[in-house]
Design a protein around this ligand. Structure first.
Ligand code: HEM
Length: 345
């Protein structure tokens, strides 16, 4: 096929995937800008782009773009080196500022890829992947000793940017990305044939401005996120705490529903009109199994109070009261348990 068999076809694939990646990076920097001006809205966007089918399709499409772009880059590099032998840079009709990036596109791409590996580990693996794999509280990454909801991007900004090396790695990645994208623009237009003297200069200028604005925004974001994370802004801000509270409220509801389902199960396990068997099954459940639910309730209460100390959450207050009542019922059931087993004998 033309896209794989000819050199120009392969360059066309590079250009096409390159355009899509530039659009993604531009979308990404705009999304991050929301975190600068309105962190609560940023978390809403993160939630919207979580493990939903449309976000997963987009993520898979994006991964495919990256993979195709990288494979074709390696392919073209090997092909060029074979064709030119030791005189790799013999043809020298490009302007000097383009020349340096042009020779180093592969190395720049590898630096960007290394940055991406760190970046994916810090964010994607803890957010979207986590949401896909597990909903267990104990499996979630912790921020300040409390499990973080995978949808709350600001908690992961806190986790990543409170480490001194994060801004260092990111700035190195951004510089490499600037050179890579800037040359990519030039190369892309060259490939698709828009390279007459008037237009190539205009397009190069647009490409340079585009890249510079995107990278300048990324740098500004890394600086602001680092300052805020080191001031613990993302864990102490009241509006954010209210938002984290919604997660704990939902956890409280889910835990209560789990408990109610377990009680229903116990009721269903004995004949409806056998009062004695019903009573014994309840005593057994409360004396043996209910404590695990109370422990979970208490843990949710403890985590939410630690993560949202300034906010009072209705569901958590109810859960706290419910846990107290259950403790009493458990104690009562434990007192009755030996008697009921005696009766059995
Ligand atoms: C200040 C800089 C940046 C911050 C704070 C940041 C933050 C994030 C966050 C929060 C996610 C969402 C994870 C999820 O929900 O799964 C993400 C995903 C991602 N980021 Fe960044 N990002 C930054 C820069 C970049 C740059 C420069 C690139 C590209 C070179 C990039 C590429 C990606 C990719 C490929 C994803 C995965 C998207 C997906 O499939 O869901 N990021 N980033």
């Amino acid at each position: 096929m033309w896209l794989t068999s000819s050199s120009i076809g392969r360059k066309f694939v590079m250009a096409l995937t390159g355009i899509c990646l530039v659009l993604f990076v531009t979308f990404h920097v705009l999304m991050n800008s929301v975190a600068l001006i309105w962190p609560v809205a940023y978390n809403m966007i993160c939630e919207f782009l979580g493990a939903n089918w449309y976000a997963l399709v987009a993520s898979m499409g994006l991964a495919a773009l990256f993979i195709i772009h990288i494979i074709y880059a390696l392919w073209l590099t090997v092909q060029n080196r074979r064709a030119r032998g030791t005189d790799r840079y013999l043809v020298n009709s490009r302007p000097p500022q383009v020349e340096w990036s042009s020779k180093n596109m592969l190395v720049l791409g590898i630096v960007v890829l290394a940055f991406l590996v760190v970046h994916m580990t810090q964010f994607w693996a803890k957010m979207q992947l986590q949401e896909l794999c597990s909903h267990e509280l104990t499996a979630l990454p912790e921020v300040a000793g409390v499990p973080a909801s995978p949808a709350m991007g600001t908690l992961f900004l806190q986790l990543a940017f409170q480490q001194w090396w994060t801004p260092v790695v990111y700035i190195i990645g951004f510089v490499a990305l600037w050179f890579h994208m800037n040359h990519g623009f030039w190369s892309m237009f060259h490939t698709i044939g828009w390279d007459n003297n008037i237009w190539i200069n205009r397009l190069k200028c647009i490409g340079c401005w585009w890249t510079t604005i995107v990278i300048a925004l990324f740098v500004a974001q890394a600086v602001v996120f680092t300052v805020r994370a080191n001031q613990n802004y993302y864990t102490t801000n009241y509006a954010l705490q209210e938002q984290y509270g919604e997660y704990w409220d939902a956890q409280a509801t889910a835990a209560t529903e789990d408990f109610e389902a377990a009680v229903q199960q116990v009721m269903k396990s004995v004949p409806e009109n056998d009062q004695m068997a019903m009573q014994q099954a309840q005593i057994k459940f409360f004396s043996e199994d209910a404590q695990a639910y109370v422990d979970k309730f208490n843990q949710i209460v403890e985590y939410s109070e630690k993560q949202c100390p300034e906010v009072s959450i209705k569901g958590i207050m109810q859960l706290k009261r419910f846990a107290g009542q259950l403790e009493q019922q458990i104690n009562y059931a434990k007192q009755l348990a030996p008697q009921s087993s005696n009766t059995n004998e």
